[in-house]
Design a protein around this ligand. Structure first.
Ligand code: SAM
Ligand code: SF4
Length: 443
């Protein structure tokens, strides 16, 4: 979501004459777009500000003004505390106020310091500038589109309901228009983004409520769309129509990221997850019944307050029972203001030891999953040049990176590729046919 937000910020500032640069020394404005989900991510921001401050001071010695802005969820959560702790920061902008950036920056240029973390009444998605065609093309053939933001679920460990606010869904037609603009500029894969994307409940053109499944079916009809994905889902919101969409919409990829967090019912209850191990497994069974080749990935938290060795083993046994294709795993990180931060904490060494054990089990399953592709011919959407001359990198339907020798004109097309070798982080394949199976409109 921060990738998507960063693009929207750049698009909103483009009419004011700002262009993107990857080199902070060249910049008149540096925006640090931050994440507050775990303490490590939040703390990293202060060391980064220290580094940028030196560049700002060097620019000032050359008589040039450089502005530093902090955006995102750390900005939302810490507000003016950021300027108190790091005086080099000129602007703190919460995740709901990016549409106001041009006005705020004009004031900073006149020497003001600004903190804007109010939840606004207006809809930022309505006002944020649309990307220009060349900006879309520069960003590649696969794009994120935020369709839902915020969360009303209040898991006891999580800051999202506080930093991103209540759950909102964008209207169907606005999303369709955005996706059409992307495909016209060469995008052929779209990943719909939301903290609880499958809780999507936007309105269609006639004002009727639309589910994520309905939205996906509508987007599958957009000319140039080859692949659709969505992330991140909550097990409670995996409705029957979304399950059916996996069986019926060919553009929808057979890959579902469905965070479970823990395999212990006691811990899931304490996390206020609103699902149990059993109901989670039922959701996977419904999905598998709709489409047998679905791959699942998940998120896990180890060392949640009160987690015993027996609870942790329940998590390991769940991983073995499901056989996930991959997972993100984290040590529990107490977040100020959330209920779990006040509970009895698991010692750091135990968390760290459990994380290592958990990651070893996940890696074993990931390797088994990837090994199953040796010798198989799969559809690969070719995305960009690889590291070697003449090589392209693409993605399998299951989001595995696939390296293949192929001409760059095939970027943006789906090709049949036979997997010849399984690497640690990617598959290596051989192109079956030099003729594009499907070509994206405008790609
Ligand atoms: N909405 C998704 C869900 O309910 O499964 C998760 C979205 S959250 C932004 C991404 C992941 O960060 C979570 O699935 C969880 O594993 C992890 N996470 C959130 N808060 C955390 C915390 N306090 N400590 C460690 N990991 C955390
Ligand atoms: Fe956070 Fe996801 Fe729980 Fe919402 S459902 S509070 S985003 S972990």
């Amino acid at each position: 979501m921060n990738v998507y937000d960063s693009h929207r910020m750049a698009d909103t500032l483009a009419p004011a004459g700002f262009m993107e640069t990857s080199n902070p020394e060249d910049a008149d404005l540096v925006i640090l777009n931050t994440c507050h989900i775990r303490e490590k991510a939040a703390e990293k921001i202060y060391s980064e500000i220290g580094r940028i401050r030196q560049i700002k001071e060097a620019a000032a010695r050359d008589g040039r003004q450089m502005m530093i802005a902090v955006a995102g969820c750390v900005a939302q959560a810490e507000g003016k505390e950021i300027i108190r702790r790091a005086g080099a920061v000129d602007l703190v902008v919460g995740s709901q106020n990016y549409h106001r950036l041009p006005q705020m920056i004009a004031r900073v240029e006149r020497g003001e310091k600004i903190v804007d973390t109010e939840f606004p009444v207006e809809d930022k998605f309505e006002i944020l500038a649309a990307p220009k065609r060349d900006a879309i093309a520069r960003r590649g053939i696969s794009s994120f589109v935020t369709v839902q933001e915020g969360c009303d679920k209040f898991c006891t460990f999580c800051v999202v309901p506080y930093t991103r606010g209540a759950e909102i869904s964008r209207p169907v037609e606005k999303i369709v228009a955005e996706v059409e603009r992307l495909t016209e500029a060469g995008v052929c894969e779209v990943t719909l983004i939301g903290q609880n994307v499958n809780a999507y409940h936007g309105h269609d053109r006639d004002g009727r409520p639309a589910t994520l499944a309905k939205l996906l079916r509508r987007l599958a009809q957009v000319r140039g769309i080859l692949r659709l994905r969505y992330t991140t889902s909550h097990p409670r919101d995996m409705t029957d129509d979304l399950v059916a969409a996996h069986a019926e919409v060919p553009e929808l990829m057979p890959y579902v990221h469905l965070p479970v967090q823990s395999g212990s019912d006691r811990i899931l209850a304490s996390m206020n997850r609103k699902h149990t191990r059993g109901t989670y497994l039922d959701v996977l069974a419904r999905l598998r019944a709709a489409r047998a080749d679905l791959a699942f990935t998940s998120d896990f938290i180890v060392g949640f307050p009160g987690e015993t060795e027996a609870d942790f083993r329940d998590t390991l046994s769940l991983i073995d029972e499901v056989g996930f294709a991959g997972a993100f795993s984290f040590m529990y990180s107490p977040r100020p203001g959330t209920p779990a931060a006040e509970m009895d904490q698991v010692p750091q060494e135990e968390k760290s030891e459990r994380l290592q054990r958990l990651q070893a089990v996940i890696t074993r399953h990931q390797r088994t999953f990837n090994a199953g592709f040796a010798g198989r011919t799969i559809d690969v959407l070719l995305e960009k040049p690889g590291r070697l001359p003449g090589q392209l990198v693409g993605r399998s339907p299951y989001l595995q990176a696939v390296q293949v020798m192929a001409p760059s004109k095939l970027i943006g097309s789906i090709q049949r590729v036979t997997v010849a070798e399984i690497g640690t982080n990617s598959l290596f394949g051989v192109l079956e046919s030099p003729v594009p199976v499907l070509a994206a409109a405008g790609a």
